[in-house]
Design a protein. Sequence first.
Length: 163
Amino acid sequence: MVRMKRGNILHDTIIIGAGPVGSYLAEKLATHGHRVLVLEKKADVSGEVCCTGIVGKECLNLLSIDNDLILRTANSARFIAASGKSLKLCRNENVAYILDRPALNRALAEHARAAGASYLFQTQVTDIQPDSNRVCVRATQQGKTRSFDAQVAIIATGYGSSL
């Protein structure tokens, strides 16, 4: 268990979840001098993902990632109704990009680490308790219960989280 003196908070922000949103936020906050800790239940960021890596042009520009993460581009979409009827929308320019999700997760985590964020893997958050001047995040890591204090906790766990 992490023990701290009263009033001495080790992290400004704890981010729960090391997916694209969690790592993106970690990088931005760390770049601005915040002490950031990212807690992730998986063993690393490049494992199995539950969502695709399809993003729009604006998102791609925002992420500042290498073009080698782009697997395909798209300038059209087809919508198919249950009746079997379909509608195809087309543009002259690319509007969507299909990214290598495990590589995207790795790249964003590397950017966050380079900015000063810290990561703890195989750490399952079990409880979040806000207080008047801090938030206490409780988690299990290798069968042991740990507590982490911060000024702010951000839940970036994605779909299916119980938090």
